[in-house]
Design a protein around this ligand. Structure first.
Ligand SMILES: *[C@@H]1O[C@H](CO)[C@@H](O)[C@H](O)[C@H]1NC(C)=O
Ligand SMILES: *[C@@H]1O[C@H](CO)[C@@H](O)[C@H](O)[C@H]1NC(C)=O
Ligand SMILES: [Zn+2]
Length: 414
């Protein structure tokens, strides 16, 4: 996929420069051939130290937010029947919004009316952005609606893997990374951040409404929220302001999305995730590498789970693999508009898919804990965050003394 070349932003401290020079550099940037690969395409990600990984593993507790046995957990608050345009859907949305507002994220409720086989319905996506003034963002997304069923008892469907657990994982990630994102911003302001290009990418969480079909999955009866948002963002032009002034005047919201990482059907044990798109295969590999390094760090030892070898969540890629056929989901409207997508979906789907069995009993705590840890480390490395390490801590008591040294684990693509 190709992206407008103006995304390649000059690496300079713009505020220190006279406007005329800035304008010249701006024109120069526009004349450059497409070289934004360092930002939008493949780039090398930072690699966290074993100490930094240990910090992310323990802080905050990676289980409490996804524990269905705790009625106060994020997961429990989401795990109710919540089809679009119902009171319960509003309750869940309000919970997500207030959780992210409490972290002082910029939260938008994107409300619209869509035409469904049951007539007009009211939908609302939730878009939460850590730093709304950042010039680019990486999106982590899942759908928060549950599938509508007309009759009892099917209408008690709570969609635990589909996608209550992914939504709870996203809230966990926001809480885990929020202080680290603040620290990165401070480093940037203090001139201590050497990679401004990366440091100007913010984290955005999107909770889609109306992913599920009301009847049978068709182009017009599915992904209501994603279709609406992709259309809106591709027709919304960014007004030049603050850091965004280096973007072309014709830049649209959607063109500032580096990657859309979509989570779906996660939380059941033994998921298998495939790389769906060649252009994000490197990002897929980066996530596989994170899982490996967490394992090597002893991070997956939990409860009775003492596995001495790693059974990966991911299907290893092979040289010469092409694009797998992709699974239809909320990413498709964005994919069609040129957004680069990493689709993290279990396939085969969980056995309980779209049945009443997709409730708390379908979820596996060590699996959800592992997802939380993978997301924490993966997004930290993507965003060049610097979790506290033992060396930088005054209190040297680590709850994680027994970790093994990090093996230099290259992915073996056989
Ligand atoms: C709303 O959620 C509650 C659980 O909090 C559930 O008992 C109730 O059946 C749900 N309402 C509908 C209409 O599904
Ligand atoms: C749709 O929902 C929004 C937000 O909850 C509300 O303000 C609006 O009145 C609703 N519109 C309709 C037609 O129900
Ligand atoms: Zn579903």
């Amino acid at each position: 996929m190709s992206f407008p070349s103006s995304h390649r932003r000059a690496r300079l401290r713009t505020l220190d420069l006279p406007r005329s020079l800035l304008l010249l550099l701006y024109i120069f940037a526009l004349l450059q051939p497409t070289r934004q690969a360092s930002v939008f395409g493949e780039r090398s990600l930072s690699t966290l130290s074993s100490d930094a990984i240990s910090h992310l593993v323990s802080t905050p507790d990676p289980v409490k937010n996804v524990d269905p046995a705790n009625s106060a957990s994020h997961l429990s608050k989401i795990l109710i029947p919540r089809p679009p345009d119902t009171e319960n859907n509003t309750i869940v949305r309000t919970y997500i919004v207030s959780t992210l507002k409490a972290l002082k994220w910029d939260v938008e409720e994107d409300n619209f009316i869509g035409e469904t086989p049951y007539g007009s319905k009211n939908f609302t996506n939730v878009i939460a952005t850590k730093d709304a003034s950042a010039s680019r963002r990486v999106i982590l997304a899942a759908h928060f609606d549950s599938k509508f069923f007309a009759t009892y008892p099917q209408n008690q469907f709570v969609g635990a893997t589909d996608s209550a657990a992914p939504c709870a994982m996203m809230l966990d990630l926001a809480e885990a990374l929020d202080p680290l994102l603040n620290q990165r911003k401070q480093r940037l302001e203090d001139g201590l951040e050497d990679d401004e290009d990366v440091a100007d990418t913010t984290l955005q969480l999107v909770f889609f409404d109306g992913e599920e079909a009301f009847r049978d999955w068709t182009a017009t009866d599915s992904v209501y929220g994603a279709r609406h948002l992709a259309e809106r963002w591709s027709t919304t032009y960014i007004s030049p302001h603050t850091k965004r002034r280096l973007l072309r005047p014709s830049e649209t919201e959607i063109s500032t999305v580096e990657h859309l990482i979509l989570l779906d059907l996660l939380g059941a044990p033994h998921p298998l995730i495939r790389s769906a798109f060649l252009d994000t295969a490197w990002l897929f590999d980066a996530m596989v590498s994170v899982e490996r390094r967490l394992f090597d760090n002893g991070a997956f030892v939990y409860g009775n789970d003492q596995a001495s070898s790693l059974t990966s969540f991911f299907l290893a890629r092979h040289k010469g693999d092409g694009n797998y056929g992709y699974i239809e989901d909320d990413h498709v409207p964005f994919l069609r508009k040129g957004v680069s997508v990493l689709h993290i979906i279990a396939s085969p789907f969980p056995r309980v898919w779209h049945t009443l069995g997709d409730d708390a009993s379908a979820l596996d705590i060590p699996t959800m804990r592992r997802w939380n840890l993978i997301l924490r480390v993966f997004m930290s490395e993507y965003l060049a965050l610097q979790p506290e390490t033992k060396a930088s801590r005054s209190d040297d008591q680590s709850s994680f003394e027994s970790h093994r040294p990090v093996a230099h684990s290259e992915l073996s693509l056989t």
